[in-house]
Ligand binder design. Structure first.
Ligand SMILES: [Zn+2]
Length: 228
C-alpha cells in the first residue's frame, strides 16, 4: 500500500516538474543563424520573471541554472528563460557576438560608441541578439529580470528595487553590491525605462557550478521573484 502510494506520488511529481509543461518559443536567430530560444514555464497568470543564462559567450555558468529552471513549474510565477542569448559567442568562447560587439553595451540607455572589449556596436540595438531580447523584454515587462554573468562573485545591482535584489543575495550567498549603471547595458536600460520592474546581474564565481550551487541559485531566483 505504502509503496503504491509512493509510486503515485512520484508519478504526480514527475508530471508537475516535467519539461512537457514548458512552452518553447523561437525568438529569432543570431548573426550566424543559430536559434535563440525562450522557454516559458509555470503559470502564465503569475508574476512574470525573465532569466537570461548567458549574454557574454565566455560566461556560461548561468546556462546550467537556466536548464534547471526549465524543469520547474511554479504555480505563482510566469517564468521565462532564455538559456543563451549569444550562441555565436558561446560557440567561439568569446564575450562578444559574431560581429565583435559586447551585447551588454548595445542597449539604448546612454549608448555611446565604444571599441575593444566593450565594443558597443554601430548604434543602439545594432545587433540582432540585442534586438531580440529588447523586443522580448518590452513584450513581457517582467517584474524581475536576472542576467547571469561571471566571474565577479557578487550581485551587481544598479538602480532597481532593492527588495528582490537583497533577497537574491541572501538566498544565493552572492554578496549584494549597489553598483554603478553602465552605458548601453541591458540592465540599465531596463531599470531606467521600464517602471515597476527590476533587473540585476548575478555575477557567479568563475568555473562551473556544482549541483548544490545550481540548486541554490535556482532557489534565489524564485525567492527574489516572490518579493512582489
Ligand atoms: Zn558578463
Amino acid at each position: 500500500m505504502l509503496r503504491a502510494a509512493l509510486v503515485t506520488l512520484l508519478a504526480s511529481l514527475t508530471v508537475v516538474g516535467s519539461p512537457a509543461s514548458a512552452r518553447t518559443v523561437l525568438l529569432g536567430r543570431s548573426w550566424q543563424g543559430r536559434p535563440i530560444r525562450a522557454v516559458e514555464v509555470g503559470n502564465p497568470a503569475g508574476t512574470r520573471v525573465l532569466v537570461v543564462g548567458c549574454i557574454h559567450g565566455n560566461e556560461t555558468a548561468g546556462i546550467a541554472i537556466a536548464d534547471a529552471l526549465e524543469r520547474l513549474s511554479p504555480r505563482d510565477l510566469d517564468l521565462w528563460i532564455v538559456p543563451d542569448l549569444n550562441p555565436d559567442g558561446f560557440a567561439a568562447h568569446t564575450r562578444q557576438n559574431a560581429h565583435g560587439v559586447d551585447l551588454n553595451r548595445n542597449f539604448p540607455w546612454r549608448w555611446r560608441p565604444m571599441s575593444g572589449v566593450y565594443a558597443s556596436g554601430s548604434r543602439p540595438l545594432s545587433e540582432r541578439e540585442a534586438r531580440i531580447s529588447h523586443r522580448l523584454i518590452l513584450r513581457l515587462h517582467p517584474y524581475l529580470t536576472v542576467w547571469f554573468h561571471q566571474p565577479l562573485d557578487l550581485g551587481w545591482a544598479p538602480g532597481g528595487d532593492r527588495r528582490p535584489e537583497k533577497e537574491f543575495a541572501r538566498v544565493s550567498a552572492l554578496p549584494y553590491h549597489p553598483m554603478p549603471q553602465l552605458a548601453g547595458s541591458a540592465i540599465s536600460w531596463q531599470n531606467n525605462t521600464l517602471h515597476r520592474t527590476t533587473a540585476f546581474a548575478a555575477e557567479l564565481p568563475a568555473g562551473r557550478p556544482d549541483q548544490a550551487q545550481v540548486a541554490r541559485y535556482v532557489r534565489a531566483v524564485l525567492a527574489a521573484a516572490r518579493t512582489r
